[in-house]
Write a protein that binds this ligand. Structure first.
Ligand SMILES: [Zn+2]
Length: 95
């Protein structure tokens, strides 16, 4: 596991994982790609249940434009939450 500073991305509702995983939820896709079982929200300091695979972007490096998926609870997976936060989990590329 590793810590990353990330930010929620907006405008990702309605997107589905890439072929051949388009029938998986983003959370299932994260589990598939990382080999981990999502249990709690990956946000540091949050112990809610992970319910969504949230789209995030790293803000601790300027050189990584990749969209990543991380397990988030319903509260943390909020596009109106524009704060930067730390997650402690493996990242999975969204595309
Ligand atoms: Zn949370």
């Amino acid at each position: 596991m590793a810590k990353y500073k990330v930010k929620n991305m907006s405008g990702t509702a309605g997107q589905v994982p890439p072929y051949p995983y388009q029938n998986l939820s983003w959370l299932e896709y994260w589990e598939k790609m990382t080999g981990h079982k999502a249990s709690t929200c990956s946000v540091c300091g949050c112990s809610n249940k992970a319910e969504h695979g949230g789209h995030v972007k790293r803000v601790d490096t300027y050189f990584d434009p990749t969209t990543y998926i991380v397990p988030l609870c319903a509260d943390c997976n909020n596009p109106n939450n524009t704060k930067e936060f730390y997650v402690d989990c493996d990242l999975c590329r969204a595309y």
